[in-house]
Write a protein that binds this ligand. Structure first.
Ligand SMILES: C[S@@+](CC[C@H](N)C(=O)[O-])C[C@H]1O[C@@H](n2cnc3c(N)ncnc32)[C@H](O)[C@@H]1O
Length: 213
């Protein structure tokens, strides 16, 4: 199972392996099951033209990074990603935005000391359920890296009543045990806190925007 205990290096390396092939079909296939990605960005209650700093963790092909750059045209955006193949695709996708959008080929958390209190918003889109067991450490780091009054935005798988589906997702490195929502609710003031059903209840996903107090 993909969710077995791994240290950070092993976790990053298993992502690098997994996305060697998946990166090639990612944008063609993910629209059909990674729901809520565009909406969670729209739900971030920051002034659209403000000079702000945004961090994205696990940017993949840069699908959301591009939308963030278009939605917040004066924002400086830094996007972390561990898969070499994903970094290549994302870097090309955001190249038209120039220096203000950077894709960093590193696991989030490594150089985080220097970033404390810097960010107006941090986005995790379908990354946390694949970061096992470090997801909680990454959320704690994100809380440190946000400014007071800054926003965390999370869209991700939540849970499923179908054992076969959970097990299938486990084989794709995804943990879906309803584990993210309680931590988010306890650590950030919820602004948006939704659980949505997908494919007539085969699984649920969460959309959460919370404020750092
Ligand atoms: C399901 S994809 C989501 C990509 C994108 N955020 C989206 O919504 O389409 C999860 C991404 O997180 C990346 N990832 C996993 N662990 C990571 C880590 N520790 N640091 C940075 N990125 C990571 C994976 O390589 C993968 O590209």
């Amino acid at each position: 199972m993909g969710t077995a205990h791994k240290d950070s290096k092993e976790q990053a390396s298993s992502m690098d392996q997994y996305y060697k092939f998946q990166s090639k079909i990612y944008d063609l296939t993910r629209w059909s099951f990674l729901f809520g990605r565009v909406e969670v960005i729209k739900d971030i209650p920051l002034e659209r033209n403000a000079s702000i700093k945004i961090l994205e963790v696990g940017c993949g092909t840069g699908f959301n990074t591009k939308i963030l750059a278009e939605t917040f045209p004066a924002a400086e955006i830094k996007a972390y990603e561990v898969s070499t193949d994903m970094v290549d695709i994302a870097s090309k996708k955001v190249a038209p935005f120039g220096q203000r959008v950077q894709v960093v080929h590193e696991p989030y958390g490594q150089d985080a000391e220097g970033q404390n209190g810097q960010y107006d918003a941090i986005l995790f889109s379908y990354s946390l359920t694949m970061i096992n067991p470090q997801w909680e450490d990454l959320l704690k780091q994100a809380k440190k890296d946000l400014k007071v009054g800054g926003y965390i935005a999370v869209v991700d798988f939540h849970d499923s009543k179908q054992g076969w589906f959970k097990s299938h997702m486990g084989n794709h490195h995804v943990r879906m045990d309803g584990h993210l929502r309680p931590f988010l609710r306890d650590n950030f003031e919820p602004i948006v806190n939704k659980v949505r059903s997908a494919y007539m209840g085969v699984w649920e996903y969460i959309s959460f925007v919370g404020k750092k107090q």
